[in-house]
Design a protein around this ligand. Structure first.
Ligand code: DX5
Ligand code: ZN
Length: 211
């Protein structure tokens, strides 16, 4: 069964508490939180204070996607804010192995994200430290972009590569009912979606359509 992780990037930030409660009620499996620093990606969103302020209102696991340069100093901030999964970008870490060790030492699940141009091979020697691999199916920074189909082959390759490991494959960017089906067929376990979940306001119907 595929899991749905709505991205709060598409939420109404002025009503964030109500939005996350509505997503939980509508059957979301995880809450995908897109943290952008304006340096690693050309956009700026929110930090740990915002996540901490909504944390008491939902039980859902917080799947925190750190689109930040050199995330090491921030890991503790997000652990303290109530993150359950911390995903870093392979391209944004100076020493990926060290960063993953630090996430695990905080008692959290560790994810690694790969941009569309990054090969899965960068993960070959850290697989034992990873709980999930986030395949970016758009270039990170914005919601509402078009799915890059070349990533389907990457998903299949990762599926092969992680045989024997307890690692989930998550996809992020341009996910709609059509591209969701392609990603699931290629081996995705978790679908992140912003635009497709929030469009029209019926979160349950939208998430059911992705499943
Ligand atoms: C993009 C973010 C995504 C984004 C997806 O950098 O990582 O999580 O919110 O948005 P949609 O589903 O609109 O492509
Ligand atoms: Zn994301």
């Amino acid at each position: 069964m595929v899991l749905i992780a709505p991205s709060i990037l598409s939420a109404d930030f002025g009503r964030l508490r109500e939005e996350v409660m509505a997503l939980e009620k509508a059957g979301a499996d995880l809450l995908h939180c897109d943290v952008m620093d304006g340096h690693y990606v050309p956009n700026l969103t929110f930090g740990p204070a915002v996540l901490k302020s909504i944390r008491p209102y939902v039980k859902l696991d917080f799947d925190v996607h750190l689109m930040v340069k050199d995330p090491d100093k921030m890991l503790e901030w997000f652990a303290d804010a109530g993150a359950d999964i911390l995903t870093v970008h392979a391209e944004a870490c100076r020493h990926l192995d060290r960063t993953l060790t630090a996430i695990k030492a905080l008692g959290l699940k560790a994810g690694v994200s790969l941009n569309p141009a990054t090969s899965e091979e960068v993960l070959a020697y850290v697989l034992h430290k990873i709980d999930q691999i986030l395949v970016m199916t758009v270039n990170p920074g914005f919601g509402g972009q078009s799915f890059i189909s070349a990533q389907l082959e990457k998903i299949s390759r990762i599926k092969e590569m992680i045989k024997g490991y307890d690692i989930k494959i998550e996809v992020d960017g341009g996910i709609n009912p059509l591209t969701a089906a392609e990603c699931i067929a290629a081996g995705a376990d978790i679908l992140v979606a912003g635009t497709a979940v929030f469009a029209g306001g019926d979160y349950k119907k939208n998430m059911d359509a992705l499943r």
